[in-house]
Design a protein around this ligand. Structure first.
Ligand code: C5P
Length: 238
């Protein structure tokens, strides 16, 4: 089910379906997957997901569900019915919630992947302590990734700084999905903890989420090809 031969996931961070589909028009579904997040989904609804699936894209529906187990299970079933390739929940929702979400997706070979968010990268240590969690962010990420694997999930979202640690701690099939990726030739935008595509793959990332370096350039397909070439080179030399 894991297909890391196509590791790039392009974030369609747009406020309307027209803009998202116009960008998708410039992409090639054999070269990348796409991510639909809360803003686009809240404005455009499930129809934009269906349309991307119709166009041959594998869609990561990034809605980060976090609720009681029964409610999250229902939301995951609804996402699966849309035909998405990957979806996510907050690991902080707990083991029972994650198990219910995972069970809702069944065991079919074509089932969507289910991953978890551990600690949001917008958190610093005082923020973590403010919600009642003592200790370091690294410890909390580690603990929630272990809980996610134990609950049967397929992986976690993690920052470039966490890849090596989680790759060492979790099983080989556990997917590490990493945003904050910037080709050497592009700026960091508002991302603070960044890695190049080659470095992220070299450290053990399974999938890379990339937004602006592809969506905000004149030739998105060329940018995509350049990043895929950088990944291929990193794999050859790895
Ligand atoms: O444009 P950029 O490459 O920074 O977009 C990264 C994407 O990954 C955005 O959709 C952003 O919300 C998402 N993301 C992130 N950091 C996280 C989790 C998700 O940048 N920790």
């Amino acid at each position: 089910m894991t297909d890391t031969a196509k590791p790039l996931i392009i974030a369609l961070d747009y406020a309307d379906a027209g803009a998202a589909l116009a960008l998708a028009e410039k992409l090639d579904p054999t070269q990348c997957r796409v991510k639909v997040g809360k803003e686009l989904f809240t404005r455009a609804g499930p129809e934009v997901v269906r349309e991307l699936v119709r166009r041959g894209f594998e869609v990561f529906l990034d809605l980060k569900f976090h609720d009681i187990p029964n409610t999250v299970a229902g939301a995951c079933r609804a996402a699966a019915d849309l035909g998405v390739w990957m979806m996510n929940v907050h690991a902080a929702g707990g083991e029972a919630m994650m198990r219910a979400a995972r069970a809702a997706l069944g065991e079919g070979a074509e089932r969507p992947l289910l991953i978890a968010v551990t600690v949001l990268t917008s958190f610093d240590e005082p923020t973590l302590h403010g919600v009642g969690v003592a200790g370091t962010i690294a410890d909390q990420v580690s603990r929630l990734a272990a809980l996610s694997e134990h609950a049967g999930l397929d992986g976690v979202v993690c920052s470039p700084l966490e890849i090596a640690q989680l790759r060492a701690e979790r099983c080989a099939a556990f997917n590490l999905v990493t945003p904050g990726v910037r080709p050497a030739s592009s700026g960091a935008d508002d991302q603070v903890r960044v890695a190049t595509p080659g470095a992220a793959i070299g450290a053990g990332a399974s999938y890379l989420v990339v937004g602006r370096p592809v969506t905000q350039v004149p030739d998105p397909l060329a940018a995509l090809a350049a990043i895929n070439a950088e990944i291929a080179a990193a794999r050859r030399h790895g």
